[in-house]
Design a protein around this ligand. Structure first.
Ligand code: IMP
Ligand code: MG
Length: 182
């Protein structure tokens, strides 16, 4: 097995765990979107690794497009302010849109995105979130149709998720040691 990154305190999902989750999510999405040619919208950059995997686990025709939004800066807390850094190339009027997200924390980023895509006339807008962070006493603003796994209220890195642009290339999901970001 690969050595654990020294900044990571614990592996939450191994490469094999991730594979199994992606297969299960892909099967569910395939069953729901057969013959609807959904537009899979990946939210850059965090979701890029998950998107590359989930799009190949979906066994019906799809199209893929990308959006980049900024809600975090280099910090660890969601600001609630969402800025579109890169918009879609695709017209989504009448389309069934499936937003692919890396992690749902407050849900503020996603709820903003959903409202925006609905306002553009999408036929449906649903969410596949690889991770949902469980924060005690807090309910996220969005309920994803597809959830990969729940993670504790810690700072999570790997499999696309970064802290200040680092750790995205770790092949597993891990908890970042607090001393790295505090
Ligand atoms: P939300 O708006 O609070 O749901 O934040 C969602 C976005 O914040 C995600 O798409 C991630 O880019 C980022 N984010 C939230 N929690 C984490 C984390 O634990 N590690 C890395 N990025 C995170
Ligand atoms: Mg992000």
């Amino acid at each position: 097995m690969e050595a654990l990154h020294p900044d990571v305190s614990e592996v939450v999902l191994s490469e094999q765990d991730i594979k199994d989750i992606v297969t299960r999510m892909g099967d569910a999405i395939t069953a729901d979107y057969k013959e609807r040619n959904p537009l899979v919208v990946a939210v850059l950059k965090g979701a890029v690794v998950f998107t590359a995997d989930i799009m190949r686990a979906i066994k019906c025709p799809i199209a893929v497009d990308f959006m980049a939004v900024s809600s975090y800066g280099d910090g660890v807390k969601s600001s609630g302010v969402v800025r579109i850094v890169k918009d879609l190339d695709t017209k989504i009027e009448g389309r069934d849109v499936l937003i692919v997200e890396d992690i749902l924390d407050s849900g503020l980023t996603l709820s903003y995105l959903i409202r925006m895509l609905e306002a553009r006339g999408a036929n449906s807008v649903k969410v596949a979130a690889f991770l949902v962070k469980d924060v005690e006493g807090k309910k996220p603003a969005v309920h994803p149709e597809y959830v990969g796994a729940h993670v504790p209220d810690e700072f999570i890195v790997g499999y696309g998720l970064d802290f200040a642009e680092r750790y995205r290339n770790l092949p597993y999901i891990g908890i970042l040691k607090p001393e790295v970001y505090s």
